[in-house]
Design a protein around this ligand. Structure first.
Ligand code: NAG
Ligand code: NAG
Ligand code: NAG
Ligand code: NAG
Ligand code: NAG
Ligand code: NAG
Ligand code: NAG
Length: 914
């Protein structure tokens, strides 16, 4: 990478005292004629050791290849260019060599076409002498050698032009050019070279180095909304004209353009502000203080306008690094940073510091200015590299351009002439040719547009604005950053990035990571890190931390959240679950208690009449049914495993309907049995309805129920599923809630529940019809009454439960309450209605002297219920009909039974009614 060497050569301009060039021309130390040809190549000379002694010699004397003399062919002209160079600066002479070679070879070796008809040719003779090793010679010796050699060459060769030497020795050309009235095209940047101690014959090929910082300034101007609020800080050395003028130019422009908050800080690098024996340019404490002046500590995230824009004109690695390091420490986040060293070899040593830093220069390899010989300056450099076997820097393009301008000036001057006699013209009209150069404007050249201002400076185009960035189309990787051309706009590779990422607010979900500020080498890169897990930033800003997520919300283990996320599973709360378990426990305790009571009092008439199997079945059914509250309490959150909850789902209908059928089929069977008894007694028949009959009914119902359940479980089992209820955003608290509700479901859950429900309803309706018909029958313990009540109660709950369940909709809590209540209260209700009266009777004993028959009669009489004999179905609505004779018949029929039942312990199940 040859880039960073740009402009190094410019630095020393102005740094030398001007009395060095007072070489005594009257007593020349050296004569061109006596010089030998160099026995080293240009590359060897350029790479010579700084201490190597290099004697003056002639490096090039390039003649036109066919070397046709004017006598033989007066359609061709040759003009002579001379130059004196120190052993270094290879590009500044080799670029010219390439230009001469190309021009001379043009048109099959005849040279470049000139003249009105284009039938004349121009060729060049280039004589380059080496004046010695600049680094090895004492300055005054070098100055004298350079001046004397050049003067001797000008005197003997009578050249039309002088090729300016490299910038740190260029001033030795100036005097000779003026003295011998020969145009020199200097390869020097700062204006002062052309304004101080200059003369009419000094022209500048290079564009003004003062403009190097301007592209960055223009870019800043575009990006700034309020110029009075934008801070501009300029820090520069005052001792070298290049540094002073380049940075001062920005200050001048800033003030002109209304940036009122602009400050330029300069320092003398060779001075010693505190007399501690350390030069300012090496005084770290001094440089750190300067850095703080430019970008005060802890000014980030300030509300008073955008971040500071900085231009720094310094030279050494120590200066650059001390300042950059201090800014890293004090949290400086400039919106723009322009640095002279960002174009030089410094960048080879500290590439990690470079991202997004801007700089400027003469020319950039991405420039695609072309001429008739090369498609771009870069193509020329490639050609030169192949020719001389070293990688040249941009200076070769400047040297090439110097020759090209000589050609263009000559061609332009003779453009209207049919027989351009170039040598004559230069001899007789030299002053006109010089003035012609002043007005020359070259539109196409490897250097771009060229023209000269009143100081005879090339001002054809703006400087090359550059920024370290990622080449267009390559992946993001800061270590692969390159120095890219960002202006002139028509040549730019990428758009300039201003403000720098560091000065921008972090995007939503990000924060300024102070550890990145401290550790990241580059001060302009993005300092934002994604918010840590479980914290967020709703809007982008330059904040040092993210807000923690509010209770219960989080970021699902993701970093960089702009909003926290909360999952609302709508799970049944513990309290409610406990409530369900309490109901269940109550129901189970009652069931168990009543079952125990039944067993203890199994010999009691009350129990016997109530039928121990029936009672135990009611208890059992109640227990089974109530235990369905356990699976009902299973649930699974969004991220939980649903297998347990799904398994629980399957068992719910099994438990509930089995329990329910057990109870209700018992009630039904009991009713049926009572009904049969009444039927039989009215029909004067004695048929027994045995416990087995009851059991068959219960079993039959259960089998039908289980058949449906089995089919359901096999074909379309219930599973735990979640339904999305959508999302809501709470901007205030900064979280987004995804709401869902879980529940048991299967594809055709409605159909299955419907079929079960209709079966249950059938049993219920059937037993209620039976009970309705028995409504007037007063048995001894009013069993039918209580069974009716129990049945109606259960019925009511079932009938009420379905609409309630539909009404509660998606609310898992309400649904749980409803289900628990339906199950628990149905069970409890049935239990209490069946058992409480029995326990009371058991404690009170049988009402005295009343037989079943009597009681039935009483009830018939009292309530006017008639049991119509011989009728296959009964209606008990008539109060007028007195069923005479029934008393006796029934009494007769039933009394023994009662006795049997009461006194003898067997066979009671064959007897019945009550
Ligand atoms: C080049 O010439 C110098 C004298 O001018 C001589 O001292 C030196 O040895 C020569 N080097 C080579 C490589 O011939
Ligand atoms: C070219 O011509 C010049 C004189 O006009 C002569 O000195 C020189 O040696 C010639 N060069 C070649 C390579 O013929
Ligand atoms: C040179 O050009 C002139 C006209 O300007 C012509 O008269 C003369 O013959 C030419 N000489 C040669 C050698 O061609
Ligand atoms: C630096 O430049 C400014 C403006 O161009 C000038 O006024 C000042 O004298 C210069 N300083 C030095 C030390 O050359
Ligand atoms: C700047 O902030 C850092 C931490 O935020 C603190 O340690 C330091 O003291 C501050 N410096 C100044 C000069 O306020
Ligand atoms: C970035 O570049 C470095 C060095 O060139 C390389 O090691 C690294 O893998 C690159 N990273 C990416 C993400 O391309
Ligand atoms: C902050 O930056 C450091 C590196 O300097 C990195 O290790 C850390 O992970 C970052 N913090 C976050 C939350 O990204």
């Amino acid at each position: 990478m040859w880039w960073p060497r740009i402009n190094l050569v410019l630095l020393a301009v102005g740094a030398f005292s001007s009395n060095l060039d007072q070489a005594d021309a009257s007593n020349p130390t050296i004569q061109y004629e006596s010089l030998p040809t160099c026995n080293l190549t240009t590359k060897q000379l350029g790479e010579a050791d700084p201490s190597a002694i290099i004697e003056p010699c002639i490096l090039y004397d390039v003649f036109p290849s066919n070397n046709i003399t004017e006598a033989q062919h007066n359609h061709s002209s040759v003009i002579t260019v001379v130059g004196v160079f120190p052993s270094g600066c290879l590009e500044n002479r080799d670029g010219a060599f390439i230009a001469v070679e190309k021009l001379n070879r043009d048109n099959h070796g005849k040279g470049a076409k000139i003249g009105y008809n284009g039938d004349h040719y121009l060729q060049f003779r280039l004589v380059v002498a080496i004046s010695g090793n600049y680094q090895q010679l004492p300055p005054e010796v070098y100055a004298r050698t350079h001046g004397d050699l050049l003067e001797s060459m000008v005197v003997s060769l009578k050249p039309q032009y002088i090729l300016g030497s490299c910038s740190y020795v260029a001033k030795y050309d100036k005097k000779i050019a003026g003295k011998r009235q020969t145009i020199v095209l200097s390869q020097v940047g700062p204006d002062i070279f052309y304004t101080q101690d200059s003369n009419d014959y000094v022209f500048g090929v290079h564009i003004r180095s003062e403009t190097y910082g301007l592209p960055a300034f223009q870019a800043l101007k575009f990006s700034v909304e309020d110029r009075t609020k934008q801070k501009i800080r300029i820090l520069h050395r005052d001792r070298s004209e290049f540094f002073n003028s380049t940075c001062q130019e920005i200050y001048k422009h800033a003030l002109q353009d209304g940036f009122t908050d602009s400050v330029a800080i300069s320092y003398n690098p060779e001075g010693d502000h505190d007399d501690n024996g350390v030069q300012n340019q090496q005084d770290v404490a001094f440089l750190r203080a300067l850095a703080d002046d430019v970008c005060p500590p802890n000014q980030t995230n300030s509300d008073d306008g955008p971040q500071v824009a900085i231009w720094v004109c310094v030279q050494t690695d120590l200066e650059t690094n001390t300042i950059l390091d201090r800014w890293k420490e004090n949290g400086c986040q400039p919106s723009s940073l322009w640095l002279t060293t960002a174009a030089w070899a410094y960048t080879d040593r500290f590439p990690e510091n470079m991202p997004h830093i801007q700089t400027g220069g003469q020319w950039h390899k991405a420039m695609i200015y072309s001429d008739e010989y090369f498609a771009s300056g870069q193509a020329m450099l490639k050609y030169l590299a192949a020719r001389f076997n070293y990688p040249p820097h941009y200076g070769a393009v400047g040297a090439y351009h110097a020759i090209y301008l000589m050609y263009k000036n000559t061609a332009s001057f003779v453009k209207t002439k049919d027989f351009p006699n170039v040598n004559d013209i230069y001899q007789t009209q030299y002053e006109e040719v010089r003035r012609h150069l002043l007005g020359l404007s070259v539109r196409h050249s490897l250097y771009g547009l060229s023209s000269f201002d009143e100081n005879q400076r090339n001002i054809g185009r703006g400087s090359a604005g550059m920024q370290w960035g990622i080449p267009f189309g390559s992946s993001t990787n800061t270590t692969e950053m390159e120095l890219l051309l960002v202006s002139p706009v028509d040549q730019a590779e990428v758009a300039v990035l201003v403000p720098a990422p560091t000065a921008l607010d972090c995007p939503a979900g990000h924060y300024v990571n102070q550890s990145v500020i401290a550790n990241e080498r580059s001060i302009l890169t993005d300092k934002c890190s994604p918010c840590p897990v479980d914290s967020y930033r709703r809007v982008g800003m330059s904040s040092y931390e993210c807000q923690p997520c509010k209770d219960g919300s989080g970021t699902d283990a993701f970093m960089g959240a702009a909003i926290c996320h909360q999952v609302e599973d709508n799970l049944i709360p513990r309290g409610l679950l406990a409530f369900g378990y309490c109901i269940m426990l109550l129901s189970l305790c009652c069931s168990l208690g009543f079952a125990v009571w039944t067993v203890i009092h199994r010999h009691d008439a009350v129990v016997k009449i109530g039928q121990i199997e029936f009672l135990l079945l009611i208890c059992l059914g109640s227990m089974i049914s109530s235990s369905s509250i356990i699976p009902l309490s299973f649930q699974a959150g969004t991220n939980d495993n649903t297998s347990a909850a799904s398994a629980a789902c399957v068992t719910i209908p099994w438990l509930f309907s089995t329990g329910w059928i057990t109870q209700y089929a018992s009630l039904f069977a009991k009713s049926y049995r009572m009904f049969q008894m009444v039927q039989n007694s009215t029909a004067m028949r004695r048929t027994s309805v045995t416990a087995w009959d009851v059991a068959y009914v219960v079993l039959g119902c259960l089998v039908i129920n289980w058949a449906v359940l089995t089919a359901w479980t096999v074909v379309d089992p219930l599973a735990w599923v979640r339904y999305d209820l959508g999302t809501t955003v709470d901007e205030e608290a900064g979280f987004l809630t995804t709401e869902s509700v879980g529940g048991c479901s299967s594809d055709n859950v409605g159909a299955w529940i419907g079929s079960l429900l209709s079966f249950h309803l059938t049993i219920m309706i059937a037993s209620n019809i039976l009970l309705w018909q028995l409504r007037g029958v007063r048995d001894r313990y009013q069993e039918s009454k209580y069974i009716t009540l129990a049945s109606l109660f259960a019925c009511e709950f079932l009938l009420l439960g379905v609409p309630i369940l539909i009404a509660v909709g998606d609310s898992s809590k309400a649904r749980h309450i409803a289900l628990v209540c339906i199950i628990g209260l149905t069970d409890l209700g049935v239990l209490l209605f069946v058992f409480v009266p029995k326990i009371r009777y058991q404690q009170k004993g049988l009402p005295d002297g009343m037989t079943v028959g009597t009681s039935i009669m009483k009830s018939s009489a009292n309530h006017g219920v008639s049991v119509r004999r011989g009728s296959s179905h009964m209606y008990g609505e008539s109060t007028t009909r007195r069923p005479v004779g029934l008393t006796e018949e029934m009494g007769l029929e039933l009394d023994p039974a009662l006795q049997e039942e009461g006194e003898q312990n067997h066979n009671y199940d064959e007897l019945d009614l009550r």
